[in-house]
Write a protein that binds this ligand. Structure first.
Ligand code: SAM
Length: 251
């Protein structure tokens, strides 16, 4: 998978070289490219923003640098990724689709993601509209990290990258650990414990020391259900709990 990031703060994305994405790059699973949007400006001040039409507070990112940057990164016969690898343009936005495990799974199947990290009041809408009509763009996905407002798309791009990259086949040493994680089965994960068996007066639940795998699996499932019912009842569906838990299915 190839990942490109367009930003006016390339340094903000330095953590891509560390930890998980860095490890994935070292394994050859991803190729990471960070680009300074100001490289596609032509004035002395390298201007990327202007006042909003219609008035109002703040500034809006101008379409020209974004258009030129996307032309260069995506277009033409020499487009990175080669034929048939039309990119998914990912636009972090508080008005986007909420980032969920299901969306991360979807994005992990794509050959190429191009992150367009907005700042100020966001990117001129025509950039997204135009990208949606391009042959070299498979889709434009606006993604929200949650119902709050960040100052820019970089932190969201890092979070989306981390959620996606750890799902790439071959990344996790033990793929089974992915399947049991929170949100994979639509439930929160059960509590986890390691050695020592007793610590500061708190004991590991005895079933986990029993060696009885069926009992352990049943206990974990019950804990997942209980946690989800307590903390995130909105996630519960009747299929999770058929015959085991009294819940009202999520709307
Ligand atoms: N005026 C915009 C609005 O009210 O929807 C907010 C703009 S925000 C200050 C600047 C940029 O931060 C956005 O263009 C987006 O890229 C990013 N951003 C802010 N909150 C976000 C969120 N919850 N999820 C993803 N990206 C976000």
């Amino acid at each position: 998978m190839r990942l490109d990031y367009l930003t006016i703060f390339p340094d903000y994305l330095a953590p891509l070289g560390l930890s998980l994405p860095g490890k994935a790059a070292a394994k050859g699973l991803v190729e990471l490219h960070v680009h300074d949007l100001r490289g596609w400006t032509h004035d002395r001040h390298r201007t990327v923003d202007d006042t909003p039409y219609g008035g109002g507070a703040g500034m809006v990112m101008r379409p020209e640098p974004w258009g030129e940057a996307l032309d260069e990164l995506l277009g033409g016969p020499g487009a990175p990724g080669g034929p048939g690898s039309a990119a998914t343009v990912v636009v972090p936005s508080p008005a986007g689709r909420p980032l969920t495990q299901a969306l991360a799974r979807e994005l992990a199947t794509r050959p190429r993601l191009v992150f367009a990290c907005g700042r100020y009041e966001g990117i001129d809408q025509r950039v997204l509209d135009h990208a949606r009509g391009r042959d070299d763009v498979a889709e434009v996905v606006e993604v929200s990290l949650g119902d709050y407002v960040l100052n820019g798309g970089e932190v969201a791009a890092l979070a989306i990258t981390e959620a996606v990259v750890r799902l790439l086949p071959g990344f996790m040493g033990n793929a089974a650990s992915l399947e049991e994680e929170s949100h994979e089965q639509g439930l929160l994960e059960y509590p986890v414990y390691t050695k020592p068996a007793s610590w500061r007066g708190h004991d590991v639940p005895p079933v986990l020391l029993s060696g009885n795998h069926a009992a352990i699996a049943a206990w974990r499932h019950a804990q997942s259900l209980e946690r989800t019912a307590e903390r995130r009842p909105d996630l519960l569906h009747a299929s999770h709990v058929a015959g085991e838990w009294e819940v009202v299915p999520a709307a």
